[in-house]
Structure formats: C-alpha cells, structure tokens
Design a protein around this ligand. Structure first.
Ligand code: NAP
Length: 249
C-alpha cells in the first residue's frame, strides 16, 4: 500500500507569525524565538511601549516586526489587527494566541462578574475570534499553524481561579473542535499547557520557589518545536511541567 502524499515542509524563513500578548513575558519570548527562525512578526498587546521594545529586539535579529497596539477584549480592534496584518504582509502562516491572564485569586462568592468578563474575553473569546479571522487566509493558502497558549488551569480547576479555569478549559475544547474542522485542509491547531512560568503574571509569594518555575524561553522553545514539526505530524497537546515542583520545599 502506498503512503499518502504529504505536503513538503515549507521553509520557516519568510513565514509571518501573529503573536498576541507579545509585549512581555511568554509572548515576547515566543516572538523572539520565531524571529531567530527568520519568521516575520505581527505583535499585539495593549501597552505600546512594551510592544515597541519587542519589535526592536526582533528587528535586531534581522526580521520585520510590526507592533500593533490592540485591546483584544474589543472585537473591532481584534478585527483591525488581523486586517492590517494581512494588508501589510499578504499572508499569515502562524498564529500564537498567547494574550491572557486573570485577576488575583478570588473565590467565586467574592468574585466580580466584570473580572470574569475580562478573563473570559482575553483568554477564550480573543483566541476564538483571532482564530476565526485568520482562517479564510489560511484556508486559501492551504496551510497554517494555530498555537493556543493554555495553562494547566485548563486541565484541572483550582480554588480561587474559577473564571481563569473556565476560560482555559474553553480554550482546550475550542482547539480540539477547530482541529477536527481544519485538519484535512492543511491547518494544524496545537495547544500548550505550561505549569508555573516566571513572569509578571505570577505574583511573588513565599511558598513559590521561582528558580524552579519554567522560563518564558521554555514555552517559546515548545512553540518553535510545533512550527518546525514535519507536515505529516500535528503536535496536538503539549503539557510542560517544571522538572521540580516550585511549591515543594
Ligand atoms: N506565567 C504563568 O505561570 C503561566 C502559566 C500557564 C499559562 N500562562 C499563559 O501564558 C500567557 C502569557 O502569560 P504571561 O505569564 O506571559 O503573562 P504576562 O507577562 O502578564 O503577559 C501577558 C501579555 O498579554 C497581554 N494582554 C493581556 N490582556 C490583553 C488584552 N486585553 N489585549 C491584548 N493583550 C493583552 C499583555 O499586554 P498588555 O497588558 O499590555 O495588554 C502581555 O503582553 C497567558 O495566556 C497565560 O494565561 C501563563
């Protein structure tokens, strides 16, 4: 029996990636890892100064980088982001839905629904809307890579993180369903579940040993592995645990 035909592995050089939440932390590390692979960048987050700095660092690595300040809780801004990216580059090959975070740990009984709204919009809704908006271009070119940065909070609910867990569980379900819709059309959908990562999102806390946490570069390397995977293979889910538990003395 002959093997099914597979598309050639396209060169990463010359591809264009949209990275959300690229101003700092994991998103900046992802952007710079992709820049080192000669991938041009569209960078989104709200804080312009942080985005501009990520773009400057990326350009130092020799790639084009377009910072587009965007509040991904605002659908009109999200639509403008994708439209501008496609107008500027003509194609989008990789999308990393990374923007996210949540309010300080709060039990449901005390939580503010406005915080739930922001958490669901940033982590889940924006992931869904950006993915939907890039699909026509990816389907037209017959290939594309969508990578969703989830969390271990998307696998196990923990007290004080109900809305964040709801959003990240949602990301998992959305990603699985989307993959089933597009897998025969050359598009991959991968979800990464990091444990604790040493970024500004994680407040300092005496119980947490930060040197044991993952670094943003660890997550960026996983993203790079996904984009470099052979075309016959879709890395569907990657769970990244720190080798040593940051909460264990
Ligand atoms: N750190 C961890 O331990 C950890 C573990 C697992 C998963 N994650 C996930 O990894 C992702 C990145 O987290 P991080 O640790 O790098 O956090 P971070 O350092 O706080 O960075 C979050 C990024 O998202 C952007 N962002 C937040 N709200 C936004 C909005 N409404 N519109 C556009 N951009 C927005 C932020 O920029 P602005 O505030 O300027 O908009 C920033 O660039 C998140 O999805 C998070 O849930 C983190």
């Amino acid at each position: 029996m002959s093997a099914p035909a597979h598309r050639e592995q396209p060169s990463l050089s010359g591809q264009v990636a949209l990275v959300t939440g690229a101003g700092r932390g994991i998103g900046r590390a992802i952007a710079l890892r992709l820049a080192r692979a000669d991938i041009a960048l569209v960078l989104a987050a709200r804080t312009e100064s942080q985005l501009t700095e990520t773009a400057r660092l990326a350009r130092q690595l020799g790639v084009q980088a377009l910072p587009l300040p965007t509040d991904l809780t605002q659908d009109d801004q999200t639509k403008a982001l994708v439209t501008t990216a496609l107008e500027r580059f003509g194609h989008l090959d990789i999308v990393v839905n990374n923007a996210g975070g949540g309010p300080p740990r709060t039990p449901v009984i005390k939580a503010r629904p406005t915080d739930w709204d922001a958490t669901l919009r940033t982590n889940l809704w924006a992931t869904m809307l950006v993915s939907k908006l890039v699909l026509p271009a990816m389907l037209a070119q017959g290939r594309g890579t969508i990578i969703n940065i989830c969390s271990q909070a998307g696998l196990t609910g923990r007290a004080g993180e109900a809305a964040y867990a709801a959003a990240k569980f949602g990301v998992r379900g959305f990603s699985q369903a989307l993959l089933e819709e597009v897998r025969e059309k050359g598009i991959t959908v991968s979800t990464i579940y990091p444990g604790y990562v040493d970024t500004a999102m994680i407040p300092h806390n005496k119980r947490l040993q930060r040197h044991k946490m993952l670094s943003p570069d660890d997550v960026a390397e996983a993203v790079y592995q996904v984009v470099g995977s052979p075309p016959r293979c879709c890395p569907v889910e990657l769970v990244l645990q720190p080798q040593h538990d940051p909460l264990r003395a």
